[in-house]
Design a protein around this ligand. Structure first.
Ligand SMILES: [Zn+2]
Length: 131
């Protein structure tokens, strides 16, 4: 199945906790939060570490490389698309879209890399494509 049109992505909502994340996205960079107290990396970005509650978190640039953990193809949509959980090499799993690929060829465990896709009037959103 080949999608004839590009799917339009909704504009992401930014709040004070995620503002630096979306500013970096505008420059094509994916940021993660790392806790200086327990050392764990988390996503989505939060002011307090979800593991230990510390507010000593810092932004880290992600490699943009990851692996498909699970996925689902939405075929009833006007433009069929795939959503997925991608586990980044940094260890966090993010819900995202798989783009620029054959929807029938997606496999769990497949290596993917980051690609930002434009939204209408907002910052680009992080999506992934087969590596
Ligand atoms: Zn922590």
């Amino acid at each position: 199945m080949v999608a004839s049109a590009e799917r339009k992505f909704p504009v992401p909502l930014a709040n004070p906790e995620t503002k630096p994340f979306w500013e970096a996205a505008g420059k094509g960079r994916l940021l993660l939060k790392r806790c200086r107290s327990c050392g764990d990396v988390h996503y989505y970005p939060r002011a307090l570490c979800p593991f230990c509650g510390s507010d000593a978190t810092e932004w880290r640039l992600a490699s943009g490389d990851g692996t498909i953990y699970s996925y689902s193809v939405m075929r009833r949509s006007e433009v069929p698309y795939a959503i997925a959980y991608v586990t980044l090499d940094e260890g966090v799993t993010m819900m995202t879209n798989l783009v620029d690929c054959d929807l029938d060829a997606i496999r769990i465990g497949q290596r993917v890399r980051l690609v930002f896709k434009p939204t209408e009037g907002g910052p680009p959103v992080p999506t992934f494509t087969p590596a």
